[in-house]
Design a protein around this ligand. Structure first.
Ligand SMILES: NC(=O)c1ccc[n+]([C@@H]2O[C@H](COP(=O)([O-])OP(=O)(O)OC[C@H]3O[C@@H](n4cnc5c(N)ncnc54)[C@H](OP(=O)(O)O)[C@@H]3O)[C@@H](O)[C@H]2O)c1
Length: 320
């Protein structure tokens, strides 16, 4: 089989498509023929060598994928050869024609969801669900700002919040991105690059402020988010790419909470809830991952340039 291999940390071009040995499932493992692999910003952080967790070299990047089960190892009972699955992590890396995962990482992919969409389920939807419901405890009727709604996590957050009966304000930095956010069901769409866009919140909420902010770029926005909150408001920091100075009075005066999350470290019981909710949403069609571009696996470097440099538009997926 072919797989992307990284022999040294560095720029996107360190990812090379190579011949690799076919894989065999060990006990408790599932062998999956990958039909599409999702590209996430964390894949680029890890590849650059700047991320806190560094895999042993060489390695194959990627945690998100969808495909068909080819074989199962001893003791596997919940999936079988021929099943369509989406993965929540792998043992061997998702940017490949084949991957091994633990049985707990293979989830049924309903027939109404394409493989490309399936590759955009795990990190985006689990993150958005975790932020909205498990960290912010967002409720129907509340107003949610998805600050950075045009990408993978943002489109997922807009869909989840809308389906749960919240009023959703979504932001994007490009016209195309704002159209996408509107199409996902956001009630209000703003440009996060426009000066003063957060003042618009006062008008939109008739002076009440925002109940929940799902924040994709806290190093740019956190201080301004705090000023835009309603009393009892919560900000969940999902993404941040640097340091930020805040005025803590924004937290005091709104009796607010600033919460963090890290998908990799959540408890098993919380994961059970997350996958139950996501699977139900996929089956019913409430959740529909947005595939913005499909790029051949051999051009993984181009995908990493795009996710870090271009305006976001749903998910980028790699196709073997
Ligand atoms: N904590 C966790 O466990 C966890 C899990 C998943 C992701 N993340 C992080 O969350 C972030 C989003 O992930 P993703 O997969 O959605 O990435 P993505 O698909 O690349 O999308 C990035 C989003 O950030 C937006 N953005 C850019 N500049 C912004 C600004 N000034 N203010 C607000 N938003 C801005 C982009 O909007 P435009 O391109 O339209 O400007 C886009 O909506 C990344 O930093 C990622 O590393 C964290």
């Amino acid at each position: 089989m072919k797989a992307i291999r990284v022999h040294e940390f560095g720029p996107p071009e360190v990812m090379k498509l190579e011949e690799a040995a076919d894989l065999r499932p060990g006990p408790g493992q599932v062998l999956v023929r990958i039909k599409a692999a999702g590209v996430n910003p964390v894949d680029a952080y890890v590849r650059s060598g700047a991320y806190a967790r560094r895999p042993a070299l060489p390695y194959t990047p990627g945690a998100d994928a969808a495909g068909v089960v080819e074989a199962v190892g001893e003791g596997v009972s919940r999936t079988a050869a021929g099943s369509r699955v989406f993965l929540s992590g792998t043992v061997t890396g998702a940017y490949a024609e084949q991957a091994l995962c633990e049985e707990s990482q293979a989830h049924p992919l309903p027939d109404n969801v394409t493989f490309a969409q399936g590759a955009g389920v795990y990190i985006p939807y689990a993150t958005a669900y975790r932020a909205l419901f498990q960290r912010a405890q967002a409720h129907p009727g509340e107003t949610v700002l998805v600050h950075g709604a045009s990408g993978g996590v943002g489109t997922a957050a807009v869909q989840l919040a809308r389906a749960a009966g919240m009023t959703v304000i979504g932001t994007a930095g490009s016209e195309r991105g704002r159209e996408l956010v509107k199409a996902q069901g956001a009630d209000h769409v703003l440009d996060h690059r426009a000066a003063g866009h957060l003042e618009e919140m006062t008008r939109i909420t008739a002076g009440r402020g925002i109940d929940v902010v799902v924040e994709m770029l806290a190093n740019v926005n956190l201080d301004k988010d705090l000023q835009a909150l309603a009393t009892g408001g919560r900000v969940v920091v999902v993404g941040s790419r640097g340091r930020v100075e805040i005025d803590p009075r924004g937290i005091m005066s709104h009796q607010a909470s600033v919460l963090g999350m890290m998908l990799l470290t959540i408890a098993e019981a919380d994961k059970v809830e997350i996958f139950a909710a996501i699977s139900a949403g996929l089956r019913s069609g409430t959740l529909q991952p947005v595939v913005g571009s499909e790029i051949p696996l051999a051009e993984a470097a181009r995908a990493h340039h795009r996710i870090m440099e271009a305006p976001a538009y749903g998910k980028i997926v790699l196709v073997p």
